[in-house]
Design a protein around this ligand. Structure first.
Ligand SMILES: [Zn+2]
Length: 190
């Protein structure tokens, strides 16, 4: 994901947002986190001129509202290991998604720990994605396949594109098909 093609200052200028004292662009973070209303025309301009930047702003796939960035402490008060991690959340839908760990999966690009792993998921979808990961990940973590081989096999088996082949973007049906496909593969191998 090319989330930061434009500099923050350039995006701030398009949005007409004033930097906070000291020059930080916290107002952009507030906008990205859905806390700062910006006229639709400005958003359309950003989408036209800086699509990569807008890719980091996430809308709820259930209701279309802008998701808000929260820390794990809000969602999982009983799980301290999540407390300083970021999640994108739509409170009305009870949907959220975690983020790539800070400075991991960067491919040379900045990663502030706020890049979502995929689309927002409600409880049913979170469970389905967890089941799919639990079935699929051992193929490359413990099995004979390399990670890339396992994902090639998965996208061919499901008949989806490389771009679409991320469990974090799957719907419940694709998760269930993943679980079934891995089960069939394991049966075959016996
Ligand atoms: Zn929602």
């Amino acid at each position: 994901m090319e989330a930061y093609k434009l500099r923050r200052g350039e995006v701030a200028a398009i949005l007409g947002l004033k930097p906070r004292p000291g020059g930080s662009h916290g107002t952009i973070d507030m906008w990205l986190a859905g806390k700062n209303a910006v006229p639709a025309g400005k958003v359309a301009q950003i989408e036209r001129e800086a699509p990569a930047f807008v890719a980091n702003r996430l809308n709820c796939q259930y209701c279309g509202r802008a998701a808000k960035l929260v820390r794990g402490v809000t969602l999982y008060p009983g799980h301290p290991e999540t407390h300083d991690k970021y999640f994108w959340r739509c409170a009305p839908c009870g949907a959220h998604v975690g983020c790539h760990p800070r400075n991991k999966n960067t491919k040379g690009k900045p990663n502030d720990g706020k890049i979502p792993l995929g689309s927002l998921a409600n409880k049913e979808l979170r469970r389905a994605r967890n089941r799919a990961h639990a079935m699929f990940d051992p193929l490359w973590r413990k099995g004979k396949m390399k990670r890339g081989e396992a994902y090639s096999w998965l996208r061919e088996t499901l008949g989806i594109s490389k771009e679409a082949c991320h469990i974090g973007r799957f719907d419940v049906e694709l998760c269930n098909r993943t679980v079934d496909a891995v089960a069939a593969l394991k049966k075959e191998a016996k």
